[in-house]
Ligand binder design. Structure first.
Ligand code: SAH
Length: 223
């Protein structure tokens, strides 16, 4: 799947993702067109593949960001609240903020301070990103994302950008009813995306989706 949607500009990358059926929703396309991936990774930004961003982290491939947005889309509307665990480069945090502006809020949590600083600097490279940050539409926080971020809970949608070893109860607890959690989970050395829905009556269903390869959701590195 990687590579075949690569482009030479942000626009051609997004158009190719749409042509190949990896973006099917107009709102997702519009949001990804609004955020230049080059602001979030200096190397090969328009290739449909992950890129290293330092600190053993990677910015995920554009088709994975598209898949996350498409899955969470029914819960992404102006005014909602979203948690992005393992926000890394900040790219997806910004795309989600585009989907829920003008009055939505996305909290990006990463446990590595230099990555929190990087995501902040990346987002501030564009006028739209700067405005979103200044208005409080995006907030980056250093914390252990396995515990969620209780202060802003509950969330209409939660995205996890690193592979978890289990379904962390805090994340499920911090989901609104209704709400949706999109997260990679590793079991027996194999990772899959799981989509957990909390229904209006509070019951939770889990659905196993595609096989993936994410960096692990871990303890913070010793400094
Ligand atoms: N969505 C990001 C993915 C970055 S890679 C992007 O596309 O840019 C995964 C990120 O998860 C890394 O930045 C890593 O620092 C972070 N991470 C890993 N374990 C974590 C934890 N326990 N709490 C918060 N962030 C964590």
């Amino acid at each position: 799947m990687a590579w075949r949607s690569s482009g030479s500009t942000n626009e051609t990358l997004v158009e190719n993702l749409a042509r190949n059926g990896l973006i099917t929703q107009d709102r997702v396309k519009k949001a990804m067109l609004a955020v230049d991936r080059a602001h979030y990774t200096p190397s090969s930004p328009y290739q449909d593949s992950p890129q290293t961003i330092g600190h053993r982290a990677t910015i995920s491939a554009p088709h994975m960001h598209a898949a996350a947005c498409e899955s969470l889309l029914p819960y992404l509307y102006p005014g909602v609240k979203v948690l992005d665990v393992g926000s890394g480069s900040g790219y997806l945090t910004h795309v989600i903020a585009e989907l829920i502006k003008p009055d939505g809020k996305v909290v990006g949590v990463d446990h590595i301070q230099p990555l929190v600083d990087l995501s902040t600097a990346n987002t501030r490279k564009s006028d739209e990103g700067r405005q979103l940050m200044d208005r409080g539409g995006i907030q980056y926080i250093k914390a252990d994302g396995r515990l969620g971020w209780a202060k802003e809970a509950p969330y209409d949608a939660i995205h996890v950008g690193a592979a978890a070893a289990s379904f962390h109860t805090e994340l499920i607890e911090q989901l609104k009813a209704p709400g949706r959690l999109f997260m990679p989970v590793e079991e027996d050395g194999v990772q899959h995306i799981w989509v957990c829905d909390k229904k209006e009556d509070g019951t939770v269903t889990r659905k196993k989706d595609m096989g993936v390869r994410y960096v692990p959701l871990t303890d913070a590195p010793r400094t």
